[in-house]
Structure formats: C-alpha cells, structure tokens
Design a protein around this ligand. Structure first.
Ligand code: ALA
Length: 418
C-alpha cells in the first residue's frame, strides 16, 4: 500500500479523474463546469469498481454458500476473497467482517443485537453531532429496553474529547457510540483514548466510520473499537453494500438482528435454531454479491492511491477554500479547524438551501440543510448549513470554482440571472 505522508499532486489527480465516468461523461447543465462537492453524501465510482460489480452478473452468477457445483464453489471463493480484501482494508480478519447494506444497517445490527444485554436504567452515550444512522437505532433500542441516552458534551470544535466523555461515563454506561469523523463539522475524535475510557467502565465502544473509512487509514485493532460500521458508496464502492467489523468474541455472543437463509445451520418445527458462525450468522438472505465485488475493488483502488495522501489532498483543498473565505464578513464557517475535507458554512441572511441553489446555478453540487444531523442546530446555533465536501478526485479548479462563486455574488437571487 502506498502510504507516504504527502498529498496527491495535480497531475495525479488529473489522471485519477479519468478513472471516473461521472467526471468524464456528465455534461453539466448550461454553461458551467461540473463541480461535485457532495462527497460526504456519496462518492463517484471508478470504472474498475463498475467492472468488478458487473463481472459477478456476467461470470459468477450463482448464490453464495449454498451450491454444490463448480460455479457455486467459484463464487464462494470470489466472495471470500472480496471479504478478505475489505476486511484487510480496515485491519480486520475476514471472520470479523460482516457484509451489510451500509452504515445504517450495520449500526442497527449492533444496536438491536446488543438489545438483550441492555436493562432499564443502563446508559448509552452518544453526542449531539451524530447523524441519524448513529442516533435513531439507539433511540429505538433505548425505548424498548428502558435504557437512557446520555449525550457527551461537545467542545468548541464539536468534538467529544476524553475529558467530556469522562463527565458522562459511569458504571451504568453500557455502550458509547460515536462517529470517528462527524458528517457536518468534520470533527475527528481520539478513538483510542475514548475507547480506553469506555472500556475502563466495561462499556462497549462502537465507532461509526461512515465519514472516516473513505478518507483515513483505519486499523480497527489499533483503534481498539469493539464495532466499526461503514458504507461502501461513500468510498467509491456501489450503493447497498457496507460493512460491520466486530471483535470476534462479541460477534459470537451477539444476537443476529435479521433471520433467514444462509445464517442458520439447522432449525426445526419446535423453533430451535442453530446459527452459523459469524460473520455468516449476520448475513441473512441472498447477499449483495455484486456489491461486495465492487467494494473489494474500491478498497484495492483506494489503497493503491494511499489513504494518507487522500486525506492530505482533501484537507489541502478544503483549507484553500477556508483561507479564501475566512476574511469575508458575510460568510460564517462553522468548522475552521476541521482536519478533513468538509467545510460547513452559511452566507449571512441566506437560507442554506437557497445558497445551495445558487451554487447549483454555478455548476457546483453541495449539500445544504441539516444533513441528517438533526440535533446539531442547537450546538452551532444555525438551523442548517451549506456543506462542501471534497474527495481525492476533486482538483484545484473545483476549489477555485467554489471560491469564485462565493466571493463574486453569493446571493441566491443571482441564480435567476446566471
Ligand atoms: N450521512 C450522509 C451525509 O452526511 C448521507 O450526507
């Protein structure tokens, strides 16, 4: 794996851009260059990912872990190789990696899987910066068990720090579940320190990697999280595929949220069910095999570029935009110090979605509003933000296009005259 500490170069990015049909083929509306800055919502897919997913339907189209013919054995082997590749990408073994439909599914599987271990009065620690995937499953499970949701205070940057987590931990804490990188403010937590504190009170530490797996090197063993959830589509993989890492002993004990074919070895008319070993115990029904092939190809692709270089490049582009905007009175940036590719801002007196409409008129795709993080407005004191999120195929021109659109005009009414 290429892992030097430098950022990508413009020449490399120009070459990388040619790998993406969405950057080759999409002709933007009207006269503006197409500038996609909504990568925290979803990323584009390179040709090799599309080919890998397509290859399943063309060459290996049999069900997995069920058939007794050559093609079935071949697809089992390919599926296992895909699992090994994806597991290796986050520092796990294949036996610890469950394929899921994505980050939301993974977090639901942990929350409902742990439900039998939660009692009335137990506490689940979250933060107000969590997006829906890492809040709503826990809200549901708290309601069903009588457990209580407790929020770890955020510091000025919107981060849960070791000292803020300490304030809410107690012997009643059973789970701490936090995003490694939050999706609006791009705040990054010190996972090792926080996981250590959670383990100190015998709580499990669940890490939501929706925004981190695409942009930083992950080693679940080194981080010592108990579970790690992520989506494929934010890291150049297909939609509808993602992963859940769990420590082996926890996966062995945890209840499967979903039941069906493939996850049981036997059941009888009296209701006795014998589960398969993890990870198969958690993969009920025919799986997204094409998606797994595509995600494995995406992991290989990202690894060949180098996760540190990806992280450094997106931070560089984001900082360039921040430096250009920080002196402008009418623009408020909510996450000046974020070490990620995410910039959250508002233009004075303009509703965030109107601003996004204006940027759209300049060919720029950003997300605006609450971004699924619906508890955050009280903290940032803004009912919505504009979010520009960079990925490694964004180039200097993208950063300049955003700066240009925000420094010249910036009034959503301009959209009507663009
Ligand atoms: N959680 C995704 C986002 O932040 C959808 O946009």
């Amino acid at each position: 794996m290429k892992e030097d500490k430098e950022a990508l170069t413009e020449t490399e990015v120009a070459r990388i851009r040619r790998d993406f049909p969405m950057l080759r083929n999409v002709k933007t509306m009207q006269k503006h260059r197409f500038c996609y800055l909504d990568n925290s919502a979803t990323s584009f897919k390179p040709d090799l990912v599309l080919r890998a997913a397509d290859s399943y339907y063309r060459n290996w189209n049999a069900n997995t872990n069920r058939g007794d013919y050559d093609l079935a054995h071949e697809v089992d082997q390919k599926y296992y190789e895909a699992r090994k590749e994806v597991a290796g990408f986050i520092g796990a073994t294949p036996e610890e990696l469950v394929f899921t439909a994505g980050d939301s599914m993974s977090l639901n599987m942990v929350a409902y899987g742990l439900m039998p271990t939660l009692d009335n009065g137990d506490e689940i620690v979250l933060s107000e910066a969590e997006h829906a995937s890492n809040a709503l499953p826990w809200f549901n499970v708290a309601r069903l068990t009588g457990a209580k949701i407790v929020f770890a205070p955020l510091d000025r940057e919107g981060t849960v720090t070791p000292s803020s987590l300490k304030k809410v931990l107690s012997e009643r804490t059973k789970v701490v579940s936090l995003a490694q990188v939050t999706n609006v403010l791009g705040s990054v937590i010190d996972v090792k320190a926080l996981a250590g504190l959670a383990h100190g009170v015998k709580a499990l530490f669940v890490l939501d990697g929706a925004q981190s797996a695409p942009t930083m090197k992950i080693d679940v063993k080194d981080l010592d999280c108990d579970f790690f959830a992520f989506s494929g589509h934010k890291m150049c993989g297909p939609t509808g595929i993602g992963g859940l890492y769990g420590k082996r002993e926890l996966l062995v004990k945890m209840n499967p949220m979903l039941s069906g074919g493939g996850m049981n070895s036997r059941f009888d008319r009296f209701g006795d069910v014998f589960y398969e070993e993890p990870p198969y115990k958690f993969e009920a029904g025919t799986q997204n095999i094409a998606g797994a092939f595509g995600l494995a190809a995406a992991c290989r692709y990202l690894a060949s570029i180098g996760m540190d270089r990806i992280g450094n490049w997106i931070r560089h582009l984001r900082d360039e935009v921040y430096q250009a905007l920080k002196g402008i009175d009418k623009i408020t940036v909510y996450n000046p110090a974020s070490p990620t590719g995410i910039l959250a801002f508002n233009v004075k007196d303009i509703f965030s979605q109107d601003e996004a409409t204006y940027l759209n008129s300049k060919g720029i795709c950003v997300r605006a509003g609450l971004h699924c993080a619906k508890m955050l407005p009280d903290f940032i004191r803004a009912d919505g933000t504009v979010r520009a999120s960079f990925y490694f195929y964004n180039d200097e021109e993208d950063a300049k296009q955003l700066i240009g659109a925000l420094t010249k005009g910036g009034d959503f009414l301009d959209a009507y005259f663009a």
